[in-house]
Design a protein around this ligand. Structure first.
Ligand SMILES: [Zn+2]
Ligand SMILES: [Zn+2]
Length: 172
């Protein structure tokens, strides 16, 4: 069964929780934080994402994962993303590791679990499948991940078929 994304009512709850969390962070850090753009356009395996694009800061939530894990989302995903935003404002993303000591300290101060990734049950949640690239050896075809394909493309890696021991060549 496909999970239906959270609707208007629950989205407003998530926005309110995000704003409340941000006020708590402002109190903890003794530093003001402007309201942040919130969208519900994230898909895939992550419940949330903090992003800066063209100078605009945004927290994106995954409305499908929130539909299945709403309470966890409020308790964990909201502080997780708010802490990314706050540590960006305070230190600058380029100066800290995303889930480094500054982020962890803030998560602990908020009473949230300082865990880099949550493992949610994704049953029924549309997850983008990783793109694969076709490669041929002498005996068969292989499907390589984007990461491996890029390595081959850059010339930083070559792969050999375990069975026939010939190099894998991009099949286009
Ligand atoms: Zn994170
Ligand atoms: Zn082979």
């Amino acid at each position: 069964m496909q999970v239906r994304p959270i609707g208007e009512h629950r989205r407003r709850q998530v926005c309110a929780a995000t704003e409340a969390c941000l006020r708590r962070v402002a109190g903890i850090c003794q530093h003001p934080f402007p309201a942040i753009d919130i969208s519900f356009d994230l898909s895939g395996r992550a419940a949330g994402m903090y992003r800066v694009r063209q100078g605009r800061r945004c927290i994106r939530y995954n409305p499908y994962i929130l539909a299945r894990h709403f309470d966890d989302g409020l308790a964990e995903t909201v502080p997780h993303e708010v802490a990314h935003y706050a540590t960006d404002v305070l230190y600058g993303l380029g100066n800290i590791r995303p889930h480094g000591v500054e982020w962890k300290a803030l998560m602990c101060a908020l009473g949230a679990t300082p865990r880099a990734t949550a493992s949610y049950d994704l049953t029924g949640i549309p997850v983008r499948r990783q793109q694969r690239f076709s490669y041929r050896c002498s005996c068969s075809t292989h499907r390589l991940s984007t990461q491996r394909h890029n390595r081959v493309h850059r010339g930083s890696a070559a792969y050999i078929c375990r069975r026939c021991k010939t190099p894998l060549l991009f099949a286009g």
